[in-house]
Design a protein around this ligand. Structure first.
Ligand code: M6R
Length: 614
């Protein structure tokens, strides 16, 4: 949520900043701004709306900053204060000598603002961030030492922050610090980059250092000095970033979302590499650090996640309970953290997150960890804050996901649950070997089945055209595909803004059926298995209320044509694995409807890729 980029070196800074912000635009995009050190002073440029507006603003001032080789930039997702130019970052202190950009939330900003106002600071924005500019400036006035001023100021701040600071007195210096929000330093030849996420800098360098909480780093073109909050020097831990710049291209697709949907067969193949070699061989999950003894004695698992990851977690419950017979509770992280959760060292707590940075999930796993639970993290970002909290880390290797709507990361998370479930079943001997082998054989066929869906999208596109003018949409399913219904509805609403809801089909008659009439599309996820006939009856109930009926099915039955107005057919698959083939047409349906309506598919309104505020 929000993006930070910074640079100090010997190259012209503006292109580096704006290009970096473009790579972070998926994190927030309601306003943006940059501050650059020009010959005589720092200059700040801002604009509301998409980054192109900032580009246009910058064109008007080209002569002013062309020679500048140091600066900071920010792309915003508004939390405190509307998306206006005044609220856009960078923010300055009263005299304008000090400039900062900030990700996160300053929780005690009201008290600080009151105090600083009394002391004569002039506030120009409604943001929480501006207090930090004034506070660091106040400390600088006392110390005349920018890193020290940053350290002293952050001691007075409650909340989460990644900060990048510049001062007119320090012509070649950037100061960075963070707490509970990601920030990294990219290392080049006589140059350093700052970024809140890898995509902003990966074009320039793969060498980087992640800041830990309360560390402060001072960057000049020649060197980087890392200290703790007391100013004691620490030796930096430099690592190689596991990303390739090519991952950030659309590769000919109109949108990242479509490209990412099409990557799913390869994502599944990648996650199986090294973990499943043949149906009659054991699953290899060296990442799981639970001992066999602990695994055998586990009697409870909690899974916590948000959004799409929560839907993957709900399917994870079906998988683990079916394979291992262990009771699994699933909960939205935002609910988990504000009640008295019962968890202890006998409970395995699984956190699921694409970004590994979602604030609610991060807080939840920290709480569970403090109670002694083993923390297993399923994430697409092994370099994330959540990964660093993990006792066991299952990386899903989906590659960077740029579109705000999660697609391939969801498939990868499901695969991680299948692998984990089978791995635990093998250890617990809870499923006969022949049955286990048949599951593994099915998993190895999944990429081809998804390829078949991706090769024939005509029916899905037809449905998208037919239903694009609807105001509401209902998705129903039962059993393991109930979460698929929730995920199908989430995909549709977040990118097309159509009011879409997912229900367990058996619940229709307990209320939602009152909504049905000839204007309401009802999509039934009819996968062959134990709930197929039941769902068929529920679909009949909806049809009897004149709803517009759509089936997503792997049944070849022609009888369905009497009941449904439109049918999307997918390949046959064992029921337990049907969520993987069922979700792909739903992602495509949402995509084609949003595209047909001319919506901003990759950057839907009000959303951001990574939600780093609670
Ligand atoms: O990075 P995470 O998986 O923790 O993110 C959780 C949700 O914010 C995320 O899944 C969100 O719901 C997506 N926009 C879904 O497409």
């Amino acid at each position: 949520m929000c993006g930070i980029v910074g640079y100090v070196g010997n190259k012209s800074v503006m292109d580096i900043l704006v290009d970096g912000l473009e790579q972070l635009e998926y994190r927030g995009y309601d306003s943006s701004g940059v501050a650059v050190m020009c010959e005589d002073e720092i200059k700040v440029y801002k604009a509301i709306g998409k980054l192109n507006n900032l580009r246009e603003e910058l064109l008007k001032h080209k002569g002013e900053y062309e020679k500048s080789t140091m600066g900071i930039g920010h792309i915003r997702w508004a939390t405190h204060g509307a998306p206006t130019v005044l609220n856009a970052h960078p923010h300055t202190c009263t005299c304008g000598n000090l400039v900062i950009v900030h990700n996160g939330i300053i929780e005690n900003y009201k008290e600080l603002r009151e105090q600083l106002s009394k002391e004569g600071c002039v506030f120009r924005s409604q943001t929480d961030t501006e207090v930090v500019a004034h506070l660091v400036a106040k400390m600088y006035a006392k110390t005349k030492d920018l890193p020290k001023a940053v350290r002293e100021a952050t001691k007075q701040i409650d909340g989460a922050y990644a900060l990048c600071v510049m001062h007119n007195d320090c012509k070649n210096t950037l100061v960075l610090t963070k707490r509970n929000a990601p920030l990294l330093v990219g290392i080049g030849e006589n140059e350093f980059f700052a970024a809140s996420d890898v995509p902003a800098i990966i074009k320039h360098t793969k060498k980087a250092m992640y800041l830990n909480d309360n560390q402060v780093v001072v960057l000049t073109p020649e060197k980087m000095i890392l200290t703790d909050i007391e100013g004691n020097e620490i030796s930096p831990k430099i690592e190689l970033l596991p990303w390739e710049p090519v991952a950030l291209s659309k590769m000919g697709y109109k949108h990242y979302m479509l490209k990412e949907i099409h990557e799913q067969p390869d994502v599944i193949r990648n996650i199986l590499v090294g973990k499943l070699h043949a149906p009659d061989e054991n699953i290899i999950l060296n990442e799981v650090k639970l001992t066999k003894e602990t695994l055998k004695n586990l009697n409870r698992i909690q899974i916590i996640a948000c959004g799409t990851s929560l839907h993957a977690a709900m399917i994870g419950k079906y998988i683990i309970e079916s394979f291992c017979g262990i009771a699994v509770d699933v909960e939205a992280s935002s609910e988990y953290i504000y009640r008295k959760t019962v968890t202890d060292k006998h409970t395995l707590v699984i956190g699921v997150s694409q970004s590994g940075e979602t604030a609610d999930t991060l807080t939840a796993i920290k709480q569970a960890k403090a109670k002694g639970s083993h923390i297993l993290i399923i994430t697409n970002r092994p370099d994330s804050a959540m990964a660093r909290e993990a006792d066991s880390l299952v990386p899903v290797n989906a590659g960077i996901e740029v579109s705000v709507a999660a697609t391939k990361s969801y498939t990868a998370q499901l695969m991680a649950f299948y692998l984990l479930g089978l791995y635990m079943a093998e250890i617990k001997e809870s499923v006969p070997v022949a049955e286990l082998n048949s599951y593994k054989a099915e998993m190895m066929l999944l990429p081809q089945k998804i390829e078949q869906i991706l090769a024939h999208t005509e029916d899905i596109q037809k449905c998208a055209r037919v239903y694009s003018s609807t105001k509401d949409f209902i998705f129903v399913a039962r059993g393991i595909n109930f979460p698929t219904a929730l995920e199908g509805a989430l995909k549709l609403k977040e990118i097309s803004y159509i009011n879409a809801t997912g229900y367990p089909a058996g619940e229709l008659k307990h209320g939602p059926i009152a909504m049905l009439d000839e204007t309401m599309p009802v999509l039934s996820i009819l996968m062959k298995g134990c709930v197929y006939e039941k769902l068929l009856s529920n679909s009949e109930e909806a049809k009897a209320r004149n709803a517009r009926m759509i089936a997503l099915t792997n049944s070849k039955s022609e009888k369905l044509e009497d009941l449904f107005d439109n049918i999307i057919r997918v390949p046959e698959v064992q029921e337990l694995f049907s969520p993987l083939v069922a979700i792909v047409p739903l992602q495509l349906l949402a995509y084609y409807i949003a595209e047909f309506l001319g919506k901003d598919v990759d950057q839907p309104r009000n959303l951001a890729k990574s939600v780093t505020v609670e």
